[in-house]
Ligand binder design. Structure first.
Ligand code: HEC
Length: 119
């Protein structure tokens, strides 16, 4: 193997390595942003509950509407997943449900609300 060949191989190796490093760094950065923004959303349960108008119908800890069941103790009756699916599709639990669907909310937003109601 000539010096020239060796240089080419070395160059190819370092180049490949750099690409890998850039790739791994980019994937980690995207993952970190994804995890941090999910955590950020999960801490917003109360805000989402209020901004989505849940409290127009439901009371929670003494505040809110009277037309739907009080949610103060819902965490004792229902699991987190049950609450999340109630928010997404209330008809899955009760075909005659009068509660509107909140299918536009992401899984994290629904988790945030359920987490808030459980706390
Ligand atoms: C228009 C009124 C209305 C709005 C707005 C509403 N709900 Fe409801 N919700 C109801 C009614 C009525 C029920 C009773 C069961 C049924 O009809 O499905 C209910 C049931 C529930 C239950 C089950 C309670 C239990 O004791 O089993 C949960 C949890 C719940 N709603 C959460 C929410 C959340 C979270 C939001 C906001 C994203 C919301 N609701 C918005 C009317 C509403």
């Amino acid at each position: 193997m000539s010096y020239y060949d060796t240089t080419i191989y070395w160059h190819a190796y370092t180049k490949m390595n750099r690409t890998k490093i850039i790739y791994i760094t980019a994937v980690s950065a995207i993952l970190a942003i994804f995890i941090l923004s999910s955590l950020q959303v999960v801490s917003q349960g109360k805000e989402i509950f209020l901004s989505e108008g849940c409290a127009d119908c439901h009371s929670f800890k003494g505040h809110g509407g009277e037309t739907a069941p009080d949610l103060t103790a819902v965490g004792e009756r229902r699991s987190t997943l049950w609450i999340m699916s109630q928010i997404k599709d209330p008809k899955s639990h009760n075909p005659d449900s009068r509660m509107p669907e909140f299918g536009h909310l992401s899984m994290f937003e629904r988790y945030a609300i359920a987490h808030y109601l459980k706390g």
